[in-house]
Design a binder for this molecule. Structure first.
Ligand code: SAH
Ligand code: SF4
Ligand code: F3S
Length: 486
């Protein structure tokens, strides 16, 4: 999996040996207790950790980047593939040693693994004190308090309404330039391989007014980019009547019409032309021309779409219950190119070795990749998840070596495509937003162009958070290298 291009932070990430994200803010606002959080899985989970930190802050906890100093350790977990759960189990056994020295410390498992395994986690992992699912974070302070008195607690209630719209996230891992805004929760699709509908519950959209307020507040604090997050952003829908229960204050009455995703994008884009807007994830069955035209209309909506295809073969897509076929997907790509042009960034997720996939069907994924010319992709081999439709109905019958070989073939293909796509940028003048130091050198900035590609430039007189016009001079499959132009 090493070759998978992972340098984009908004997308699902494979939790490997270490966590993808830990508390990086050492807060000292005079609270008496310390909270340490580690997060695994997708950006939505990271975004939830910021809500958790906010709830805990209200209840006497500052965050710490040092788990040895923590009174409470939370692992915000992912269940998407078996490996992600194994990583968390390993980490819990490491924390076991610390807990032995410091028995008063509370250890909590949050997120998707908590939701999937519920009470079983307390039995399996004896050191866990609290188990709390994604919709029950408001209950954390109470459960932690009870745990201090020795009571183990579980709350994995899934809600039809909870969106945490009234909670201002504590920005834990931010570069101060880009931030994430959750616009919806849950998922109503039933992709047969996927555990998310079971761990995150029913889909619900957040009050658009609260989203715009959050974007405006971030801009006023100096942020230059927001990414709107949801498992399927294209099905965002907020209707004043239907969502009555979700109303949090009188101000929401200002939104009187049904708001779809295109409308919401426009509302956020209008916050300020200097605030870039991104979004993830789009579903091929739901992305509309209206969204594409809204992207075209506003320069500050980035020209980049993450549109996971999963497979290039229509029979496999049917078994996956993706509800589109190869032709539908390719038609959507044609439309994107027609409306937004060839330079619009397009990326994908792909799964190899799904139940009964033949070599010929695997070749269809490779040929689709050639047709679409993805800029980058997240690629995985199929991992059966208990309770999913595929686990119940189909046999996980592709041998591991075959899955891995097919995965390597699509990774090799993607590396080739990424390099070709990046070469097209060489010689162009592009605007980038500077996010911070490049990983390799303090003398260079790392920024991103509208298509979400990383661009490295010499520092010059620029500051973090500046927009810079750059000439792209060179590239690899993962990175563009440029120089500022006047
Ligand atoms: N909502 C997003 C995906 C969220 S999960 C969407 O619909 O595209 C992120 C990615 O993990 C998926 O796109 C899929 O490629 C991968 N994935 C999900 N379940 C998986 C499984 N059981 N085995 C392997 N990969 C899986
Ligand atoms: Fe999972 Fe499908 Fe929902 Fe994405 S759209 S979260 S893959 S069920
Ligand atoms: Fe995200 Fe993993 Fe849950 S990908 S929604 S944290 S299963």
């Amino acid at each position: 999996m090493d070759n998978v291009i992972r340098d984009i932070s908004i997308l699902p990430t494979e939790a490997d040996q270490t966590c993808d994200f830990k508390t990086t803010v050492n807060e000292n606002t005079g609270k008496s207790k310390k909270l340490y959080i580690e997060s695994y899985g997708c950006q939505m989970n990271f975004s939830d950790s910021e809500i958790v930190a906010s709830i805990m802050k209200e209840n006497g906890f500052d965050t710490t980047a040092d788990f040895e100093k923590a009174d409470v350790i939370f692992l915000n977990t992912c269940s998407i593939r078996e490996k992600a759960e194994q990583t968390v189990r390993k980490r819990l056994s490491q924390f076991n040693a610390i807990k032995k020295e410091k028995p008063e410390m509370t250890i909590g498992v949050l997120g998707c693994m908590a939701e999937r395994l519920k009470e079983k986690l307390l039995e399996e992992e004896k050191i866990v004190d609290v188990v709390v699912g994604p919709d029950a974070y408001r209950d954390l302070p109470k459960l932690v308090l009870e745990a201090e008195f020795g009571a183990k607690g579980v709350n994995t209630f899934l809600s039809r309404e909870e969106t945490y719209a009234d909670i201002a996230p504590v920005r834990l891992n931010s570069n101060g330039v880009s931030a994430f805004i959750s616009i919806m929760r849950g998922c109503d699709n039933m992709c047969s391989f996927c555990v998310v509908p079971f761990t995150r519950g029913r889909e619900r959209s957040r009050d658009p007014y609260s989203i715009v307020l959050e974007a405006r507040d971030l801009f006023e604090k100096g942020y230059k980019e927001v990414t709107l997050l949801g498992q399927n952003v294209d099905s965002y829908k907020w209707a004043p009547e239907e969502n009555n229960k979700a109303r949090l204050n009188k101000k929401t009455d200002e939104v009187t019409q049904v708001v779809n995703f295109a409308n919401l994008l426009e509302m956020v884009a209008m916050v300020d032309p200097k605030l870039r807007v991104r979004f993830s994830t789009s579903h091929p069955k739901d992305i509309t021309d209206e969204v594409l035209f809204t992207m075209k209309k506003y320069d500050n909506i980035c020209k980049y779409i993450h549109l996971p295809v999963q497979s290039g073969n229509s029979r496999i897509l049917g078994l996956m219950n993706r509800t589109y076929d190869r032709e539908w997907y390719l038609e959507r790509i044609t439309k994107i190119r027609e409306i937004l042009g060839d330079s619009c960034g397009i990326s994908s997720d792909m799964i190899t070795g799904f139940c009964s996939e033949t070599e010929v069907e695997h070749q269809d994924t490779l040929s689709l990749m050639d047709l679409v010319q993805f800029d980058f992709s997240y690629m995985f081999y199929y991992s059966e998840r208990p309770g999913t439709l595929a686990a119940k109905k189909f046999q996980d019958d592709i041998p591991l070596e075959t899955k891995k070989r097919r995965l390597q073939e699509i990774i090799d293909k993607q590396n080739e495509l990424s390099l070709n796509r990046n070469k097209l940028d060489v010689g162009q003048i592009q605007e980038i937003l500077i996010e911070g130091n490049s990983k390799r050198s303090e003398e260079q900035w790392k920024g991103r162009n509208t298509a979400n590609k990383v661009v490295i430039i010499p520092k010059g007189n620029f500051q973090k958070g500046d927009y810079a016009k750059v000439l792209i001079k060179d590239c690899t499959a993962a990175t563009l290298f440029g120089e500022a132009v006047a």
